[in-house]
Design a protein around this ligand. Structure first.
Ligand code: TRP
Length: 327
């Protein structure tokens, strides 16, 4: 039997090269090895705004398909289609401490930025724990900013196992913990983020290709003379970020790239990054538009995902409910 893997992505508007490298590429890589639950976390995205999500959901689904993530072999589904997520979320609310949620770095950062701090933002990690534990997942794929939320998930699992003196939940393990964080182009000390007001910091998978060229050309490097194309996140964050992007889209190791680019100027290096990126995005966008036009087909995929995810969710929730409720 294949082990279960859960991962999710929010339909929060643009999908960036950071989402690709941090999450979606990994979805593609592991799809044969595990029994994968790939969730479009629309409920999580309401913590940001109440915009209608349909467009974003269908956009992200089309990107998933464009990346060759198999909708027949994997369970690709919408979080809000499976009510059990919110049911379990409630039970987990009652097993979580305000103090541990207050310590979440992402909450602290977001509550500094946002004027309106909604409760969803605060309890967000509990819903994430419910997503993962509902399917009793052995593995998860998460972005680096979600590590603390995964620790919280494990704590909830341990707490409930202890409460009922039974191994109800597995403790989920993270796969791919290596560096895959993509940084902002103009400020490579900061993570690339869709909430950035300066769009020149971010590369969207659906960006116009001329714009991508401008963005890479404008990206921050450093003033080393002669140019040194080596990976060093601390001393050379800009060059390291471009190397990381190039390595991920060309599937060449950073070490091999460093060797290849000995003696190159930053301008020549950027030209190659642009070339590879444009080729990658061109194909991806072509495939994206092919799927995006077929709304009926996309909705059918979500319904099929719902059917399959529901079977597992219902089965596990039935078991959990029996423990919590005696009626
Ligand atoms: N919170 C994640 C993000 O914003 C998305 C997410 C929701 C998730 N539930 C999850 C990721 C469960 C991994 C596992 O990126």
């Amino acid at each position: 039997m294949k082990k279960k893997l859960f991962s999710a992505i929010q339909p929060s508007g643009g999908v960036t090269i950071g989402h690709y490298i941090g999450i979606l590429k990994k979805w593609f890589l592991v799809q044969k090895k595990y029994n994968c639950f790939y969730c479009i976390a629309d409920l999580h995205s309401y913590t940001n705004n109440f915009k209608k999500k349909k467009k974003y959901i269908l956009d992200i689904l089309s990107i998933i398909l464009a990346l060759d993530i198999d909708y027949k072999k994997n369970i690709i589904f919408l979080q809000s289609h499976i009510y059990e997520h919110t049911q379990l979320y409630w039970l987990f609310n009652c097993c979580s401490y305000i103090g541990e949620l207050k310590r979440m770095t992402q909450f602290k950062q977001k509550s500094k930025k946002n004027k309106f701090i909604n409760c969803g933002l605060f309890t967000y990690p509990i819903l994430m724990a419910a997503d993962i534990l509902l399917y009793n997942s052995n593995y998860v794929i998460i972005g680096q900013d979600q590590v603390q939320h995964l620790e919280f998930t494990c704590n909830i699992a341990k707490r409930i196992n202890k409460l009922f003196s039974k191994k109800i939940f597995f403790l989920p393990n993270c796969i791919f913990s290596s560096c895959s964080k993509v940084m902002s182009l103009l400020n490579p000390k900061k993570k690339m983020s869709t909430s950035d007001i300066n769009k020149f910091n971010v590369i969207y998978l659906l960006d116009n290709l001329d714009l991508v060229t401008t963005k890479i050309n404008n990206s921050f490097t450093d003033s080393d003379v002669p140019a040194k194309i080596i990976f060093d996140m601390v001393k050379k964050p800009g060059i390291s970020n471009l190397l990381n992007i190039l390595s991920n889209i060309s599937d060449i190791s950073i070490l091999d790239l460093e060797n290849k680019f000995i003696g190159y100027s930053y301008k020549e290096f950027k030209k190659i990054v642009i070339n590879k990126l444009i080729n990658f995005l061109k194909l991806l966008q072509k495939r994206f538009f092919f799927f995006r036009k077929k709304e009926k087909f996309l909705k059918k995929i979500l319904l099929e995902g719902k059917r399959k995810a529901k079977i597992e969710a219902k089965k596990n929730m039935f078991f959990i409910k029996k423990l919590f409720f005696d009626i």
